[in-house]
Design a protein around this ligand. Structure first.
Ligand code: DC
Length: 238
């Protein structure tokens, strides 16, 4: 695979909520021995700090910009730190999901986080997962994936995820929430979710996580054959 300046490749994974990007991205990074960058988690950390400061997305943009300029968001060893505090678990509440979705529409917020993500990817050997990693953050990535699944399947997965957390949710309501998020993500003016140019599309609806990862590794190897430098998958963990 091409790594123009001798660095390890950059791999991006974009797609809608519930397509399996995070789980699959983590496993893919493990198999390749790459770092995994959950870009949504970085936005979530920023949302947590906005919330804690008593601010809201409806506030004056200059005020929000001044706040986010002071915030330190860091991904280290798979943990997310906000001003030095580990907030990996705290960012996964419905309140923060909702706030993050609204905040990510703002220029001040994207201008804060995008450069951090680019810096993290600059050395290569990374898998980035999110909504704009192959379109905006790293459009020159060596391999770009777009994961998708039917709305029904994504809703079922989300319901199962909630159940695992002890929350019983009605499937129709979960489906409606995901559908609303899809509309928000694909129609916003700034960095809308779309399939990046040259991205490999994988429909995960009828595939297990392992099958998706294997298919992606296969695509990476296929790209390598046409290229010069290789990323070497490690033996799968069973
Ligand atoms: O993937 P997630 O649910 O953790 O993402 C949280 C929110 O951030 C979601 O509303 C989509 C948004 N997001 C974004 O706008 N750009 C990204 N690169 C990643 C996530």
């Amino acid at each position: 695979m091409t790594a123009r300046d001798g660095r390890e490749p950059v791999i991006t994974i974009d797609g809608p909520a519930g397509a399996g990007k995070s789980t699959v991205g983590q496993r893919l990074a493990e198999r390749l021995g790459y770092r995994f960058i959950d870009t949504g988690a970085m936005y979530r950390a920023l949302a947590l700090s906005v919330d804690a400061a008593g601010l809201s997305p409806d506030d004056d943009e200059a005020r929000l910009r001044a706040h986010v300029a002071r915030v330190d968001v860091r991904l280290e060893g798979g943990r997310l730190f906000l001003d030095g505090r580990d907030v990996t678990t705290e960012i996964r509440t419905p309140r923060i999901s909702e706030l993050t979705s609204r905040l990510t529409r703002l220029t001040a917020v994207r201008e804060k986080i995008t450069p951090l993500q680019r810096r993290a990817a600059a050395l290569g050997g990374v898998v980035l997962e999110g909504r704009d990693t192959g379109t905006v953050v790293c459009p020159d990535a060596e391999v770009k994936f777009y994961l998708d699944a039917t709305l029904d399947e994504r809703a079922r997965r989300r319901q199962a995820e909630l159940r695992a957390q002890g929350v019983e949710a009605d499937l129709a309501i979960v489906r409606e929430e995901i559908s609303r998020r899809d509309i928000q993500d694909t129609t916003r003016a700034l960095a809308p979710l779309r399939k990046p140019d040259g991205a490999i599309e994988v429909d995960t609806s009828a595939l297990t996580i392992d099958e998706v990862v294997e298919r992606m590794l296969g695509e990476i190897v296929r790209r390598q054959r046409g290229g010069r430098r290789t990323a070497t998958p490690r033996a799968g963990r069973r």
